[in-house]
Design a protein around this ligand. Structure first.
Ligand code: ATP
Ligand code: MG
Length: 260
């Protein structure tokens, strides 16, 4: 059985609002990202960027609406959104540190390849074949996302930091997300790893993934995105193409002017 990737989805959020007690962490945030597009989200520390992902993926209570294509998924619980192709990589590396790199990927995709208890007992060959298929698919998914085979049997913390960041993105993408939300994927990366990341994002985009990227690295954001949303204190103070954002007085004043 081949597992279909879910490319070709668009994401729309409308009027997202999140309050943490008295703090309005996000207010009036709306955007659409289409298949084969990269949308950047920028803003100073505490602007509400990660909260925007929490709201989109229903990890916090929020007001507003979320659509995958034309389907209103506002009330769909977080764990089901991943199955609908909306996947997220977190700001910090997130993996099981006591199982191998390959084991981490198998854990993520085994839902797609899993066998029921009945099949394991009554059709053991079938189950063994499914396990082998899952292992092959996991290897392919890792290699595709820049995690070379010589690291697959290592623990995640044993591999170079740049490859750990790739692993985080690989685990989020799994066998192929339709919509992928990346939270500061370039954090801590040096020049060569940064170039690899840019190449990876472009290749996902070219495959038809709708990508949303939170980043502080302005060069990266300006060079890969099709549109940019600027947040400041939870509000969307600007949105537009990279050149529109670069020349926006509000953005220069509120964000780029500050020494971040
Ligand atoms: N679980 C929470 N409970 C209370 N306040 C929170 C919570 N999560 C975030 N906040 C607050 O909401 C605001 C937005 O935080 P958020 O993490 O979304 O910012 P960010 O733009 O991702 O910042 P950074 O660039 O530092 O990652 C901040 O004032 C933060 O302190
Ligand atoms: Mg954040």
């Amino acid at each position: 059985m081949s597992i279909q990737s879910q490319n070709g989805r668009s994401l729309t959020v409308e009027g997202l609002r999140v309050c943490y007690g008295a703090l309005v962490a996000l207010d009036g945030v709306s955007f659409t990202v289409r298949p084969g597009e990269i949308l950047g989200i920028i803003g100073p520390n505490g602007a509400g960027k990660s909260t925007c992902y929490n709201a989109t993926t229903h990890m916090v209570g929020r007001e507003g609406r979320v659509f995958i294509d034309d389907e209103d998924v506002t009330e769909v619980p977080a764990h089901k959104l991943a199955g609908m192709g909306l996947r997220r990589a977190f700001q910090q590396n997130t993996f099981f540190s006591d199982i191998s790199v390959l084991g981490n990927m198998i854990a993520v995709i085994q839902h797609d390849y899993g066998s029921s208890l009945g099949q394991t007992i009554f059709r053991p060959l079938h189950s063994a074949r499914r396990a082998a298929e899952a292992r092959d698919a996991a290897r392919a998914a890792l290699i595709r996302m820049g995690v070379p085979e010589n690291y697959h049997d290592s623990y995640p913390t044993q591999i170079p930091y740049g490859t750990q960041r790739s692993l985080s993105i690989a685990l989020a993408n799994a066998t192929g997300a339709g919509i992928l939300l990346l939270d500061e994927p370039a954090a801590g990366l040096g020049g060569e790893d940064m170039q690899k990341l840019v190449a990876l994002m472009k290749s996902l985009r070219d495959d038809g993934v709708a990508l949303v990227v939170i980043e502080h690295h302005m060069d990266l954001i300006m060079s890969v995105t099709d549109q940019i949303v600027v947040l400041d204190q939870g509000r969307m103070i600007a949105s537009g193409t990279p050149s529109e954002i670069r020349n926006s007085p509000e953005v220069l004043e509120a964000y780029l002017g500050r020494s971040e």
